[in-house]
Design a protein around this ligand. Sequence first.
Ligand SMILES: *Cc1c(COP(=O)(O)O)cnc(C)c1O
Length: 360
Amino acid sequence: MSRRYNFCAGPATLPTEVLEQAQQEMLDWQGRGLSVMEMSHRSDDFQAIARDAENDLRELLAVPDHYRVLFVQGGATAQFSALPLNLMGRSAKADYLNTGLWSSKAIIEARRFGKVNIVADGHPASCYTISAEDAWQVSEDAAYFHYTPNETIGGFEVHDIPSFSTAPLVADMSSTLLSKPLDVERFGVIYAGAQKNIGPAGLTLVIVREDLLDQAQSVVPRTMCYRLIADNDSMLNTPPTYAWYLAGLVFKWLKKQGGLGVMAEFNQRKAQKLYTAIDSSGFYSNPVDVRYRSRMNVPFVLADGECNDAFLAGAEERGLLNLKGHRSVGGMRASIYNAVPEAAVDALVDYMNEFERQYG
Ligand SMILES: *Cc1c(COP(=O)(O)O)cnc(C)c1O
């Protein structure tokens, strides 16, 4: 058995060390004679696993004490509706920045609950640039301001935290959380599905400022209510225990790497290598305004789309998996999250050069 280089956008590759530890502990967690999967979520052992994971996450992101961390199910998509239900009530209106497919999905959902003001609009799925922040149409009475710092499909990343709105800032960080240090205090709510850069699918993280736990003005399903989830330490009902445990192992792995500052440099280096290879070739291109290029998801197209299948087949032969772009964008996409080693990017760049020599 050998592990290949996996560039999947999500569910994405996990650190091999983490999977090895999970494998060792699979049948018998720390001598207890059972798997974490088989434990009661109310048991002391699982409570310790859960608390450890939260503490490590808080340490990695320096989450201030007046924020709660929720471990929930339903993915980022469930949070598209949990958010307006919990926060939109006050003015029945929220501001949304549209930078691509995931922003627009959040917008579609929010419109079912209230008025959505689009502060600036990129074209869905293929947003290449966006107007400067001082040109955004920010409302004065929005209950919150929502944006998607990293568009996983379009490879569009807003690197600077927006600062023009006075409403609580809410971010879908599904594909960027833990890729670099973050000033959590700038945000009201941060949420992220785990399967990109955090752990396996099934777990969603929500980081909420305490004063926003009680803003719901309407009926909120219990499993989506920030206040109820927080008051029950994310155990209002059975949480995704195994995914929670695995995310905890990933947090420990991140601490061992040196924390998010180290990860940021590492991710920057990988992205730089890949964009340099794309920009210096006459065969590959990436259409995104360089100021907004993603460090996590790098889409690129071949000059001759007829070569796409040959490119993918050759990549697979070399152990470079899941490079096919999202169906709405086409071409290729390399997702280079924390767990993707630099050697994977080097192997991809070598292959791209070789392919260009043959087909370019
Ligand atoms: C993957 C992704 C989603 C959807 O996540 P689910 O867990 O499938 O609901 C939403 N937003 C972003 C930015 C994503 O990358």
